[in-house]
Design a protein around this ligand. Sequence first.
Ligand SMILES: *[C@@H]1O[C@H](CO)[C@@H](O)[C@H](O)[C@H]1NC(C)=O
Ligand SMILES: *[C@@H]1O[C@H](CO)[C@@H](O)[C@H](O)[C@H]1NC(C)=O
Length: 154
Amino acid sequence: MAISIISSSSVIVLVVTILCSEVLCKPYPKCDPDYPDYGLPIYKRDVELLQFAENLEHLEADYFLFAAYGYGLDIFAPELVGGGPPPIGARRANLDNQTRNITGEFGLQEIGHLRALKSTVGGFPRPLLDLSESNFAKIMNSAIGYKLDPPFNP
Ligand SMILES: *[C@@H]1O[C@H](CO)[C@@H](O)[C@H](O)[C@H]1NC(C)=O
Ligand SMILES: *[C@@H]1O[C@H](CO)[C@@H](O)[C@H](O)[C@H]1NC(C)=O
């Protein structure tokens, strides 16, 4: 019985100690480790993977910028286009002002991602992107396995 009381109180002390050190006594908890002061190296084997991601960043940048503003990288950051063709069928979306603002922020962030990638793993011209309603409808039909009616429209 005595042992059990001691061990219960030890457990309570342990739990309080953990809570105190991890939660209660850390007013600004953050994820460790911190970013290093210097940039991390990009391993050679990762370069192609990051270049693949660059395609996606192109898609996201023009998708969000067009949705928010009705124009994209050709106006915001023509230096990132590298002579690639403009996207097919992209246009301004019918959004409320708050959603438009947030969508625009996403687009501007994608410009930052493209700049970071192109300056570290090299760039290539923007690929031809089909951002038309009909293409999204086709992709969504194919993803779910039947034809949606009305068609999907992002
Ligand atoms: C949205 O913003 C435009 C200007 O950009 C303004 O004319 C319009 O009144 C705003 N709409 C709402 C619902 O606030
Ligand atoms: C959208 O952004 C504009 C410009 O920054 C700002 O004036 C406006 O208040 C924002 N609208 C909403 C609904 O967040």
